[in-house]
Design a binder for this molecule. Sequence first.
Ligand SMILES: NC(=O)c1ccc[n+]([C@@H]2O[C@H](COP(=O)([O-])OP(=O)(O)OC[C@H]3O[C@@H](n4cnc5c(N)ncnc54)[C@H](O)[C@@H]3O)[C@@H](O)[C@H]2O)c1
Length: 329
Amino acid sequence: MMIKVAIIGSGGISKSHVQCLTKISDAQIVSTYDVDFQRAAELAASCGAKAYSEVEEAVLAADLVYILTPPSFHKDLSIMAMENGKHVMIEKPIAISAEDAEQIVEASDRLGRLAMVGFNMRYRQGYNKLKRIVDSGKLGPVLNLWSQRMSMGSQKGTWRTNQLQMSGFTIESLSHDIDIFRWLSGSEVESVYGNVKNSRDDLPGYDDNSLVILKLRNGYTASIQASWSSHLDFNSRGIVGNEGTAMISGKGTWNFDTFRYKTNRMDNEFVESFDDPLNADSYLEENIHFIDCVKNGTKPITTAKDGLAILQVSQAILQSSRENRVVTL
Ligand SMILES: NC(=O)c1ccc[n+]([C@@H]2O[C@H](COP(=O)([O-])OP(=O)(O)OC[C@H]3O[C@@H](n4cnc5c(N)ncnc54)[C@H](O)[C@@H]3O)[C@@H](O)[C@H]2O)c1
């Protein structure tokens, strides 16, 4: 069974998805759309699809619609696609407000359409090393998780910093860290304390630094230290357990090249070099998964409900920072 795909939003991330979808034998990209028609046309030419100047026409040509626009447009586009009987793959973050996200969840339930939110980090090699070791029990009872990622993000002149379209770093980018913590712990976030800052006088309202402590319902604690205004580039993610500690690290915000762990039973730490840059592999796995879900009518691993839960955590972090207090979800 061939799944016909529409691509709505033909910018940066669409290229990663299109590259992957063209490798999946059960998927065929049939239509593209962008408010900038030229972009849709170029993308369509790269994959043998047709570019449309009306979004509804692009949607109607397909079985499955990829919503790859800035997040402020995700709600209207995804609901329109589901109302036309289509399944949707929505890039993260699901939306820019919990109210919008709730409407997407409601439409997916009411219309019986699959809505996956694209948290591709779950398919990264590095995070899977952490997931396997924590699930193996080798680290013992978990005390805390961390995500530290520092780099210089140059976002001027894009929707990410445009007053009318921005969702901000804490909503857009921290959605990945929050998703990974929920996945590694198997638990929801109970409360947060956040300190969110804007380093740029020329980009009012744009948060680019978030320092966050999260408490999870199962008792784990977690921290996020994330900056898009750091003059040094590095990252590390890890887990401290009672009987062992594991971490991955690498250059920049998203590249992992080293996995280390040590437990009480080991004399020396285990160190492994591996190559897990932020490339198309995780998007390929993500796309294979969702095409399978659409073919078989099965639930995706990251649904609109997950997208909503994650967005609520981001909003609680922002509220915590504004009010300088712990916010309970
Ligand atoms: N999973 C990841 O790692 C990852 C990485 C990058 C971006 N993203 C997400 O992907 C989405 C898009 O980001 P991007 O980096 O591709 O942005 P982008 O600016 O490169 O592309 C967005 C495109 O959407 C088009 N667009 C704007 N409004 C539209 C509308 N109403 N209808 C149709 N097209 C419209 C723009 O013209 C542009 O071509 C965002 O939600 C972002 O957070 C996810």
